[in-house]
Design a protein around this ligand. Sequence first.
Ligand code: PLP
Ligand code: COI
Length: 365
Amino acid sequence: MTTAPKLSFDVQLSDHARTAAEREQVLASPGFGQIFTDHMISVDYTEGVGWHDARLMPYGPLSLDPATSVFHYAQELFEGLKAYRQVNGSIVSFRPFANAGRFNRSALRMAMPELPEDVFVESLELLVQTDRDWVPTTEGHSLYLRPFMIATQAGLGVNYPSRNYKYMVIASPAASYFSGGVSPVSVWLSTEYTRAAPGGTGFAKCGGNYAAAFVAQRQAVAQGCDQVVWLDAIEHRYVEEMGGMNLFFVYGDRLLTPALTGTLLPGITRESVLTLATELGLKPEEGRLSIEEWQAGCESGELTEVFACGTAAVITPVGSVKGADRAWTVGDGTPGPVTLKLREELVGIQYGARPDTHDWIHKIC
Ligand code: PLP
Ligand code: COI
């Protein structure tokens, strides 16, 4: 943990914030990650000094030297979480300290400085409090928060990591990540490309993982599928995760999810689903599943449901699977009862319709 002195945020409010009417127009149909609120957070890091210049400021472009390290060597990482307007009117986030912890585990892997967890959470609180009117009131909508960090030292040398960094948070009102809402998605098995190999960066939320994934996602779309499913790097047989979500396989009351072997992202939704599943009388298990087992399970009827989960995607059923030499349907292709029950529980806690017995909800205002 970095031992920087307690940071205090300097607040500079925008003098060109959108009007209430302009904001309402955006909130009527927010999409995902297209429009951003009026403010943003910026905190700088200098080797030997630590974190400094913490600011809330008007949202706007950055000016960076073309030789800045992040442009060349992709020393970058990010997080994703949401602010929800609960049924009682308060605005909350879901397990923000879990995101703070993952941010720092990603930072260690990318040779970047850790950010004190309380600064991470305070930065979210300040941005959401300032832009609270941007938190949607429509059921199922939320304010997506995107903390990230970039290497800002200018220079092309690769003999040492950047000595300067910038941490930022931006926020964007969000509807459903998939335009179909809770309708099942179709997935493409990527046997040609690899997302992550043992010893690599699979468990870190770094931009490079996503850059290397676009070619496979484009292939998935060309095959008529919504999302790519990543398989293990060695045999391209064992299921790991999706482009921005973890996967769960339902065998009656047994729930199987790929184990965290270092090559997939340890999703906070995944971990929450594992906890909720036990409480709902299901038997969750972390293990390994091959694409042959996935297909055979669906064909025999033993594997009844498959769903993906993540902050952006919440819990989304998987309805059909396609690969280079195979294709099949999961169940009857419609959302199953276990998927819908888990979704209802999770969303219920996030929006305050269900009691928060795990202390997952962090009140912001
Ligand atoms: N896997 C990948 C590759 C992701 O990008 C995400 C989204 O953050 C997840 C899984 C799900 O993680 P979480 O539930 O923490 O959002
Ligand atoms: C999230 O769920 O927060 C993600 O980061 C997924 C995707 C938008 C990258």
